[in-house]
Design a protein around this ligand. Structure first.
Ligand SMILES: C[S@@+](CC[C@H](N)C(=O)[O-])C[C@H]1O[C@@H](n2cnc3c(N)ncnc32)[C@H](O)[C@@H]1O
Length: 266
């Protein structure tokens, strides 16, 4: 499966995804991933950034709120239309474009930084995504991205819960088998049945790579790995949002900060 076919699946997901995410049902994003991402992000005030795989633009807007001038791309026209509509109503100066991460329509060394919020693991051509991000960064620029954790988002995975419904362990298997576009169907688990009713399930093509494949690709492309995080919520956060208790048991997500060699822009 190539990026164009993947894009068609995401375009089909975009209406329901936008509706549910904006209604607050993407709890892993809102309570864990996004706060952790922004905690690690270097100062972007006054920098020119590219957000790759921006979806409906929630995190892009937070980036712009940090003072960055942001261009954002997504392969799905429907997602980009939703992001543009919000931008028109509440402008933050974001320029949204329909484009694929594997063939970015920008010249070399154009951006101070690039971000990918939970999008890179959804793209078949993992090597091209990193090569393209590297190409469009200025020397000294940085890339920060979050993905599902390669060690726990494995072809076989099972959440083991106790009699109270609390996760106590996570079973993984088939780690070394790279999935290439296996379709999984789901909706955000936080959305109640009456909200989900009538909505088509997301159809998400799954691609799995091992941890060493991800890190070695970054190194082969030329990036310097600056920092790695595996977000784990505090007890207070889990108290506020009990459904993400499972993310205290294993690392569901991996966040990477890497730089292109050169004098730092940050
Ligand atoms: C899990 S969603 C994340 C969206 C958004 N970054 C967020 O944090 O809410 C993954 C996104 O990657 C996009 N995507 C998938 N393949 C892509 C590609 N080749 N180029 C650009 N975006 C892509 C999808 O359309 C989707 O918006």
């Amino acid at each position: 499966m190539d990026h164009k076919e993947v894009g068609r699946y995401w375009n089909g997901n975009a209406e329901a995804w936008t509706e549910l995410a904006r209604a607050g049902y993407d709890e892993y994003r809102d309570y864990l991933n996004t706060p952790a991402f922004f905690e690690m992000l270097p100062d972007v005030d006054g920098l020119l950034g590219l957000d790759i795989g921006c979806g409906e633009g929630h995190n892009t807007r937070l980036l712009a709120g940090r003072g960055a001038k942001v261009i954002a791309v997504d392969i799905s026209t429907v997602f980009v239309q939703h992001a543009q509509l919000l931008e028109r109503g509440q402008p933050l100066g974001i320029n949204y474009q329909v484009a694929s991460a594997v063939e970015l329509p920008f010249c070399d060394s154009n951006f101070d930084f690039a971000t990918g919020f939970m999008s890179f693991m959804d793209i078949a051509e993992t090597d091209c995504v990193l090569t393209e991000a590297y190409r469009v960064l200025k020397p000294g620029g940085f890339l920060q991205f979050s993905i599902t954790h390669p060690c726990y988002d494995t072809p076989h995975r099972r959440n083991l819960r106790d009699e109270n419904g609390l996760t106590y362990a996570y079973e993984v298997g088939d780690y070394f088998r790279n999935l290439d576009g296996v379709i999984t169907e789901w909706l955000f688990s936080a959305a109640p049945p009456q909200v989900k009713e009538g909505l088509p399930k997301f159809k998400v093509p799954r691609f799995t790579r091992t941890l060493s494949q991800w890190l070695n690709l970054l190194i082969e492309v030329g990036f310097i790995i600056e920092r790695i995080e595996e977000p784990c919520p505090s007890d207070e956060t889990v108290h506020e949002c009990p459904r993400i208790q499972d993310t205290q048991v294993v690392a569901y997500f991996l966040h990477v900060l890497a730089s292109k060699p050169g004098k730092s822009v940050a």
